[in-house]
Design a protein around this ligand. Structure first.
Ligand code: FES
Length: 133
């Protein structure tokens, strides 16, 4: 069993290892869908992208992102998951219905940090910037 905390709802649930995050949330009356999501959700088949959650902590205790998630969440930060594609393998803290604007900002910052890291890796002998004298 693993303890899963839903931060916004301030609710903790016990989940069996190997259980599906969406299923456990619904089973415990945790609402993971926005209003539009309730109307358009695909039923957990990874087709609609409406079950997005943000992993606050314990991401290492969840199954890795699937190819479907990589495609559907490309504009979201790496901490976002589709609940229906996430298998619980240990304790974690989850934020349901993450704010879209904040999420996009976080993803943009993440992408910029990756680009800076890539550029510094590409030119390891680049002299350090000199200060204006
Ligand atoms: S419920 Fe449709 S992608 Fe998760």
């Amino acid at each position: 069993m693993a303890l899963i905390k839903f931060v916004k709802e301030n609710k903790e649930i016990d989940a069996a290892l190997g259980s599906n995050l969406r299923f456990k949330a619904q089973e415990n009356n945790i609402d993971i869908y926005t209003f539009v999501g309730k109307l358009t959700q695909c039923g957990g088949y990874g087709q609609c992208g409406t079950c997005v959650v943000d992993i606050v902590s314990g991401a290492e205790n969840l199954s890795p992102r699937t190819a479907v998630e990589e495609k559907m969440l490309r504009k979201r930060p790496s901490s976002c998951r589709l609940a229906c594609q996430t298998i619980i393998q240990g304790p974690a803290s989850i934020e349901t219905k993450p704010d879209k604007k904040a999420s996009f900002k976080k993803a943009k910052a993440e992408a910029m940090a990756k680009q800076v890291a890539r550029e510094s890796d590409a030119s390891p002998h680049k002299p350090a910037s000199t200060s204006a004298e």
